[in-house]
Structures are given as C-alpha cells and as structure tokens.
Design a binder for this molecule. Structure first.
Ligand SMILES: [Zn+2]
Length: 272
C-alpha cells in the first residue's frame, strides 16, 4: 500500500491522511501562512513522522508552530522533528507530556509498532511551550478551539477561509472511535457544534469527511451511552470488536460518576 502524502484540500491547507487507520496510525495537517507553517499533530513513531517531516520540509517554509490536538502518543510522537516550532496544546495535554511515556502499555496496545517505541522513548517528545486555554486566533488563517469529549483537553484547528476543520480525535471516520479517556455523552453533543464549523473535516483517524460521517459517529456514541449498538453504518468500521466494549464501559462508568479507565482498556494495555 502506498504511504500517505500531503493532500492539498484548499490553497495552503494540507491533510496527511494515513491509508489505513488501524491502531496507532493517525492523520496530521499543515497550514500555510505568510510567516510560515502550522503543523497539526505529529504522528507517533519514526516510520510515520520521518516521511511526514520530509513532505513538510519540501514545502520549503519555516515551521513556526505545532498544534497538538491532544496528548495521545499517536499524535505527539514526532514533535522533536519540528524543533524550532512553538508547541501549542491544552493544559491537560501539557501535563500529560510532562509524564514519563507508558512504554509497556503502548507496546501491548499497538504491537505492530512495538519495535519502534524504544526509539521514541529515547528521542522523547517536546514540552508544550504555549498553553491553549480558550478559543484563540493563532494566525490570520488558523483558529484554535478547545473542547472536550475524546479527552478532557482536546483542541481543534479551524481554517475558516478554506472551510476546513482539523478535528483531531473528536472525529474518527470509517474507524471506531476510542473513548477510554473520553466522555461519549459529551463527545456526541460536541459533534453538533463541529458540523457547524466547516464542511470539510479532517479526522484524527480515517479519511477526510463531512457532516454525514460526523452524524454517523454521533449516533454510534449515543448507542454506546445507551449500552447497546444496533446494526448501522458502523458495521463497516475498523476495530469494532476491540473498541465497542471500551466505549460502552467508559460511558457506564461515567454514568456512575467514576472517571476511571474501563477494565477492557486495562486488559488491552496489558494491565487487566
Ligand atoms: Zn486520541
């Protein structure tokens, strides 16, 4: 299968979309402003972020800013590739990046990349340099919008002039979302706002989509909250057997006011 490439969705707005959205394989983006580039997320391991960083370098502009949509390792692994850029993220993301990497959990959860995590641990990730504590105009083109749902510290990146939203993991298209640290009920509600923001949505995982894909995701999350998932468009999604129990258990825990990692997730990372 061919590797991803920078796809110019609108003038100066690029998506880097992985051809196969299996666990540990995320998307990224690049936006061109007059003063240089803003990179959205940095993928996970060297085999992913080296080709991405090369494609970004080929744009022949300074990378001024990196925005991290949240702290999950499949989005933050390559920050060291952009060493002169300011790093923007939520306070929650900043705190998590200051913690040691959960190497053994990563290896258990994403065995396809187990060999690459030691390299990542050695390299490390860069700390957040600029906290995103509210909606902010980052550049003339780029707006940062904090949210919660997938994690307690999500940030979305809106390029209004191009009608493009980089939603981070608030959107998974054609692949089952993962809410082990999220709140499926809140997440489903946030999606109402997301469809109003832009017609073209770059998800954290899966192909570029729009309102139809967001509404499918919303319906799936509401079924997780209800505790039972009937047949639907999600029947075609990747990772259903692995992720359904995690999402349903998480919603049930939150309903009991227990902000805990679901037991099925603990098992998946080798701790159950
Ligand atoms: Zn995530």
């Amino acid at each position: 299968m061919a590797g991803p490439a920078l796809d110019e969705l609108a003038p100066g707005v690029f998506a880097w979309v992985a051809p196969e959205a299996r666990a540990g394989v995320a998307n990224a983006g690049v936006i061109v402003d007059d003063d240089g580039l803003t990179v959205v997320d940095t993928l996970m391991v060297r085999s992913q972020w080296e080709p991405f960083a090369e494609a970004v370098a080929a744009l022949d502009r300074i990378v001024k800013r990196v925005v991290l949509t949240h702290a999950h390792v499949d989005h933050v692994g390559g920050t060291a590739m952009f060493r002169n850029a300011a790093v923007y993220a939520s306070p929650v993301t900043s705190d998590l990046l200051d913690q040691p990497m959960a190497l053994e959990a990563y290896k258990a959860f994403m065995p396809a990349f187990a060999d690459e995590f030691d390299d990542l641990a050695e390299l490390g990730t860069r700390p957040v340099s600029h906290l995103v504590e509210g909606a902010a105009e980052l550049t003339p083109r780029v707006e940062l919008l904090p949210a919660t749902g997938h994690t307690p510290g999500d940030v979305m990146v809106l390029v209004a002039d191009a009608d493009v939203l980089f939603a981070g993991d608030l959107c998974f298209f054609a692949v089952t979302p993962l809410a082990f640290q999220g709140d499926p009920a809140t997440w489903a509600n946030v999606l109402d706002a997301i469809v109003e923001l832009a017609d073209t949505i770059v998800p954290g995982h899966g192909p570029v989509g729009g309102e139809r894909e967001v509404r499918d995701l919303q319906a799936y999350l509401r079924h997780c909250v209800a505790g039972e998932i009937p047949a639907g468009p999600w029947d075609e999604w990747l990772e259903r057997p692995e992720r359904d129990p995690i999402n349903i258990e998480r919603a049930a825990l939150l309903r009991e006011k227990k902000d805990e990692i679901p037991p099925s997730m603990l098992r998946a990372i080798g701790l159950g």
